[in-house]
Design a protein around this ligand. Structure first.
Ligand code: HSE
Length: 308
């Protein structure tokens, strides 16, 4: 028996919502889990992509692979030993780009395995198990649920999520530069402590952002999509980030620009899909840093992971 699950890309944080906000986007990974007939057979993990050369990323194909680690945790949760299995990962989401490729494969592996096992775990539990591997719930929650999702991991490991309808007319321009930035490195530059002033700045903006999305308040959203907790520290890893944010800030069409998750990708939220000028500004600014970028303007993906 085998099960395939299609999972969307995600953009986390949206500026102020560090480790809390996530937004699903219409680029997908598909994960297939197949039970192997011989229970003594070694696990098999294969990674395929039409978009990039997977061999460049040295993705582990043994039990250290993150999908296997997540699946193993699920088996532990239900009190069973992992079975022999083949894991096939078809990846269209670029790796180490800030668009949630690891969350997508973890979510896909967990949902597919859960289905094969007769659904012993509910959605919240799957998100909590995946968060144990990811370290933060924001990408995972949006990948599983779709749309705009806020999430919080509690000290007992449980994860609370809420999905809030995203205004249909607000589009996202995904900007994917031609360099990678592993999340581990991007998190290593963040401070252990921040000032009360900066914490309060972000607390105000996360609250504003939720209200702005619910009420489709463009003025409030523009004020909200700013951050002092992570982007300022990550700028040194993403040359041109500050300049791109500044160059787009006063454009009429733009509601906000932010590092996508841990970067190096950037997202621009606009009032409509007329984004030629915006995409040119991003490309021209990054060109000054010898960075090439591919950009595309999309609708938010309202649906989360789907069993195929
Ligand atoms: N919230 C996480 C971070 C997202 O900013 O490190 C990683 O994709």
């Amino acid at each position: 028996m085998k099960v395939s699950v299609r999972v969307p890309a995600t953009s986390a944080n949206l500026g102020p919502g560090f480790d809390c906000f996530g937004l699903a986007l219409p680029v997908y990974n598909t994960i297939t889990i197949e039970e192997l007939v011989d229970p003594n057979e070694e696990i098999q993990i294969n990674v395929f992509s039409d978009e990039f050369d997977v061999t460049e990323f040295h993705i582990p194909t043994d039990k250290t692979n993150i999908v296997y680690s997540a699946v193993d945790l699920l088996f532990t949760y239900i009190g069973q030993s992992p079975q022999s299995m083949r894991i096939n990962i078809y990846s269209d989401i670029p790796l180490a780009s800030g668009f949630g490729s690891s969350a997508a494969v973890i979510a896909g592996g967990l949902i597919a395995t859960n289905e094969l096992l007769g659904s012993p775990a509910d959605t919240d539990t799957l998100i909590a198990i995946g968060t144990e591997i990811e370290g933060h719930p924001d990408n995972l929650a949006a990948a599983v649920l779709g749309g705009f999702v806020l999430s919080s991991q509690e000290s007992d490991g449980s994860v609370t999520t809420r999905k809030i309808p995203w205004p249909e007319e607000w589009k996202i321009t995904m900007c994917h530069p031609d360099f990678e930035l592993p999340t581990k490195i991007s998190r290593s530059v963040l401070p252990e402590m921040v000032s009360l002033k900066d914490a309060a700045y972000n607390a105000r903006r996360t609250a504003m952002m939720v209200d702005a999305i619910i009420n489709k308040d463009e003025t409030l959203f523009k004020l909200a999509m700013q951050d002092k907790l992570h982007q300022p520290y990550r700028t040194k890893l993403v040359p041109g980030l500050d300049e791109i944010i500044k160059n787009l800030h006063h454009k009429d069409n733009v509601l906000g620009t932010a590092l996508s998750g841990a970067g190096p990708g950037i997202i621009v939220v606009t009032k409509d899909a007329n984004t030629d000028e915006i995409r040119n500004i991003v490309a021209d600014t990054w060109a000054r840093y010898s960075v090439n970028v591919s950009t595309k303007t999309v609708n938010v993906e309202a649906d989360g992971a789907k069993i195929l």
